[in-house]
Structures are given as C-alpha cells and as structure tokens.
Design a protein around this ligand. Structure first.
Ligand code: NAG
Ligand code: NAG
Ligand code: NAG
Ligand code: NAG
Length: 523
C-alpha cells in the first residue's frame, strides 16, 4: 500500500524525447503566433522539433530547427480597408458571408501549391529521419496531411480560431446548429429563427463547397505532385488523432466537443515583460489612462478611408484626458491632422501593454489573439470586425459583456465616442475585470494542457482509444435521417392504413346505401 502511495505521489513520468515535425504552410502571422509557444515549450522539455513554416524563430533555440518556406509572401499588412467600404449585399438584411469561403479556398490552393513544390518538402520526404508525431494546422486546406500520410506518423491538428465548418465531421465532434454560430457570422448561442436558418445555410453551404471544390482541387494538386497512389485527402485527414483549438468557453461560449477536441485558448499569453522607457513615460504622463488601438498584423491602418480616419482622430482629440497608442505601418506617412494625444509606433508589445494597469480600453478588429489578451488582462474593447472569424469573436465578446461592436459602416465620430464612453464606464469595466478572472482561473494552464495531450498522443502512438466512430459514418446516418424516416414510416403507415380502411368502409356503406335505395325504388 505504502509503495502504491509513493507511486501515486510521484509526478507523471515525462515522455521520452520525441521527434516532432511541424508542417505549417499557411503564411498568416496571427495563426503562427498561437502555435509557436507550444513548440518552444516542447523543445524546452527535450523533444526535437523540426519546424516547416513561414515563421522562423527570431532567436534560435536548442532542440528546434527551422525550415522556412519562401513560396509565398507573408499575409502581413495585406488587407486594404477600402475593400470594406463597398456596400455589402445583404439579402433581406441578413449577413451573407459565403464569399469568405472563396477567399480562403484561393489562399489555401496557393499555399498548398507553393509548399508542395518547395524543395523543403522534397528534402523532407527523401530524408531517412522518421518522426514520432506530426503537428499541422486544420484551416482552409488539407494539403499537408498528404505529406503527413507519406511520412506515416500520428497527426495532431491545431486551429488558431474556432473549428472551421468542414472539420467537425472528420473529427467526429458534434455541431449543433441553434447554439453554434458559424465562423463568419456575428451570432452567438442566442439566435432567433431567421438567424438559425441563416446559420444553417452558411454552415452547410460552405461544407458542400469544401467537399465539391476544395477537396477535389487539393487531391488534384497532390496527385500532380505525388502521383495517384494516395487515398483521397478527405480519408487521410480522418486519421488526425487530436485537435487543439484556440477557444475557451469563458470567452467563446459553451460548446460540446468530443474528447479528441481540446480547448486551449489563452496558451499564447506568456509571462508579462516590462515596457520600454518610452512607453512607460507615456503611461505615467497620461491623465485618465491609455487607450490602445490595433487592427492586427494583416490590416494596413493607413488604408483607413479618409472620412473614417478623420472621425477617429476627432474622437481622439475630443477625449483629451486620455492618451491613445496606435500601431501604424512604417513607411506610410502620418496624416497632418493627427491629434496631440495620439502616439503611433511601428510595432507595440500588445500583451504587455494590455496588462498595464494604466490601459483602460482597446480599440480593435476582434482578432482572436488580441481579444484573448484583452480578456486575460480585463480590458474592455470597442471592436470593428472586418473579415473572417472576427465577426464571430465580436458577437461573443459583446454578448459576454467584454466590449461593444461598432460596425465599419457606422464608424463615425458619434459611434466611436459613444462606444468608448460605454466601455470606459466604471460599471462596465468592473464587470470586465470580474469576467477576466473567470477566464484566467483554470485547473491547469492552457499550455500545460496542450503539452499533456501532445505527449499523451506520442506515448500512445496516436491516441489509443481516442477515436470514435462518428468521423467514419455517413452524413445520412450521422444526422439520423434514416431513423427519422423510419419513425415517420411507423407513424405514417398505421395512419394511412386507417384512412384507407375508413375510405373503403365509407365506399362500401355508400354502395350498400345505393343498393338499398334502388331496392326501395323497385318496390
Ligand atoms: C534539449 O533537449 C535535451 C534533451 O534531449 C534537454 O536536456 C535540453 O534541456 C533541451 N534544451 C533546451 C534549451 O531546452
Ligand atoms: C533533431 O532534428 C534535426 C532535423 O530537424 C536533426 O538534424 C537532428 O539530428 C535531430 N536531433 C536528434 C537528437 O535527433
Ligand atoms: C508547381 O508544380 C506544378 C506541376 O509541376 C506546376 O504546374 C505549378 O505551376 C507549380 N507551381 C509553382 C508555384 O511553382
Ligand atoms: C490511418 O492510420 C492507420 C494507422 O496508422 C494506417 O494504417 C492507415 O493507412 C491510415 N489511413 C490513411 C487513409 O491515411
């Protein structure tokens, strides 16, 4: 007994050093910012990381080797805000975001082609080095799973956003339409009938498009590169052992997941570092506090249309007790009407800024990394979503009282000023701080949780007993359509039988009556 007690008290035996391969062909910085801390921690724990991505480490570290793709430019400062000035088509006033699928599809094909053609992948496949685990991204394309299949090792997928619609079925994790808004819509788990209908149409439309367009196109690229011997990518991808997703119920809402899908939202938030002296001085000099503005790494803030920029600057000038800090791309001239209480920088240490006690609010685009950091630090947000999952993030953060939404169409002095007044109100910000605590308090840090699962998959060579049948059964069976049809038949057959009997009876009675009448007439 005593021996058993000692055993139970001992910390978990660390896994043996594993050879881990990272395959990340999507050049989006905000995606990789979420993935990187996992690999750095795995390297620190003695695993050997071979990382194929667009984002090499700034400072090389032991046990971590970078192989850098060059096939595509990075998706940084590529979004021109003028694009969102065009009036959107809104059938019956409802959001219509199917075009986002086509943007992601085109990106996915481009990056897949670039990666598959690269000499890096050719060298990787011809090298004798074998891997204990492959970690890749589940996003707009399944291209890298074909490479993983050729290397024949267990696969873990990461997602830097909510699960894309097409990954639910293949992970065998449920999607429940009325409570799970689709990635491109500003909905929450409180949807009216029309919203639920729109959610349903979006979810299934993009899934059908993915199956009919993206998957065949990916198979085509793969067969061009590797010949026709491989199974369809839709079959290969079902071999994914585990998915780690950048979600957390306290921010993104309660969702049912199968055990092979694990929420690790917040894992990219590292320990706090001190600010530079320049930023510290700005913090100290501000009268009422600092308001931080950033629309993320993909949006070029100098592309903000003139009238909207003037509106923002007027709101800033109007709130003269506050100091504003903004990320502004280098090389682009600053407009002359920049207010005195606005300071711009090429780059700002977002996480450390947001957790500084002098920072009172965050004006952002509801990108998931910044939103998570603001929630972690308890800073209220004013968000203007532009594309992709920003709508989904904006919907949930507004529902949970972490901030307010100002649509890009309403981005004027009145709405900005009123929005800021709302979130700077003491009641509002106190509430945000309370909710932040609910987000931060966990039985285990999200990074530890991610590492535990990754090592578990290594130890069990692909997550033994972690696979359900759901991913393999057909859509028809998965959605119980067959059972509904049988139930319908069970109810319908007796009803039809009774109805037919009644008809028959009435007809017979009718005939008898006619016969009787005839008989009476004859008499
Ligand atoms: C690299 O891995 C070894 C074990 O393979 C480990 O002892 C060492 O601490 C790791 N290096 C770093 C910098 O974490
Ligand atoms: C670690 O991986 C690199 C390839 O990325 C390889 O060259 C090296 O031999 C590996 N180290 C160990 C100790 O396995
Ligand atoms: C990749 O290779 C295919 C087939 O060899 C070719 O058609 C395609 O243009 C190449 N793409 C790039 C980006 O080099
Ligand atoms: C899935 O993984 C199993 C076990 O590793 C392997 O036998 C099978 O061929 C794989 N299937 C596909 C389609 O990759």
């Amino acid at each position: 007994m005593a021996f058993l007690g000692v055993l139970l008290l001992m910390p978990a035996i660390p896994s043996e050093a594993a050879e881990i391969l990272g395959l990340f062909a999507h050049p989006g910085k905000s995606h990789f910012e979420f993935f990187r801390p996992i690999f750095m921690d795995l390297a620190r724990r003695g695993h050997n990381i071979s990382m194929y991505s667009y984002f090499p480490l700034d400072q090389p570290m032991a046990n971590y080797t970078d192989y850098t793709f060059k096939g595509s430019p990075l998706l940084t400062d590529v979004i021109d805000l003028m694009e969102f000035e065009k009036t959107e088509w809104k059938p019956w006033g409802l959001p219509y975001k199917i075009p986002t699928y086509f943007m992601l599809h085109n990106w996915g094909m481009r990056f897949c082609d670039a990666a598959l053609n690269s000499s890096l992948i050719a060298d990787l496949l011809s090298s004798p080095l074998r891997y204990d685990l492959i970690i890749l991204e589940h996003f707009a394309n399944d291209c890298m799973t074909a490479v993983a299949h050729l290397l024949n090792a267990p696969v873990i997928a990461l997602s830097s956003c909510a699960i894309m619609p097409w990954h639910y079925k293949r992970m065998g994790t449920p999607h429940i339409n009325p409570i799970m808004p689709m990635n491109f819509l500003t909905y929450t788990d409180e949807m009216g009938l029309v919203d639920r209908l729109n959610n349903f149409i979006h979810f299934h439309t993009v899934n059908i498009l993915y199956e009919w367009i993206t998957q065949p196109a990916t198979d085509e690229l793969i067969s061009q590169r590797f010949g026709f011997g491989l199974p369809p990518v839709n079959e290969i991808v079902k071999n994914t052992s585990l998915m780690l997703i950048n979600q957390h119920y306290a921010l993104t809402g309660l969702r049912p997941y199968a055990p092979n899908v694990v929420e690790v939202g917040g894992l990219h938030i590292g320990p706090k570092k001190p600010l530079t002296p320049v930023l510290n001085k700005i913090m100290e000099d501000s009268l009422s506090g600092v308001i931080y503005i950033s629309w993320g790494s993909m949006v070029d803030p100098s592309s903000l249309p003139d009238h909207k920029r003037r509106a923002l600057f007027k709101s800033i000038a109007h709130m003269k007790d506050y100091t504003f800090l903004m990320r502004w791309k280098s090389g682009k001239p600053l407009p002359h009407d920049k207010p005195g209480n606005l300071f711009t920088f090429d780059w700002l240490p977002q996480r450390d800024l947001l957790c500084h006690p002098r920072v009172k609010a965050f004006i952002s685009h509801a990108g998931l990394l910044g939103t998570t950091e603001a929630v972690h630090c308890g800073v209220p947000m004013l968000v203007t979503p532009f594309y992709g999952d920003q709508f989904l993030n904006a919907g949930t953060l507004a529902q949970r009282g972490f901030g307010v939404i100002v649509d890009f169409g309403d981005f004027d002095e009145h709405h900005i000023t009123r929005g800021l007044q709302t979130i700077l109100d003491k009641g509002f910000s106190d509430n945000v701080r309370r909710s932040a605590r609910a987000f931060r308090e966990r039985p285990q840090s999200p990074l530890e949780l991610a590492i535990w699962w990754i090592e578990h998959v290594v130890d069990t060579r692909g997550g033994l007993l972690l696979e359900g049948r759901a991913r393999h059964i057909s859509w028809f069976v998965y959605n119980s359509i067959d059972v509904y049809l049988i139930c319908l038949a069970i109810i319908a057959i007796p009803l039809i039988t009774i109805w037919q009997l009644v008809r028959l009876l009435r007809r017979t009675l009718g005939i008898l009556k006619v016969v009787k009448n005839k008989k009476t007439k004859v008499q």
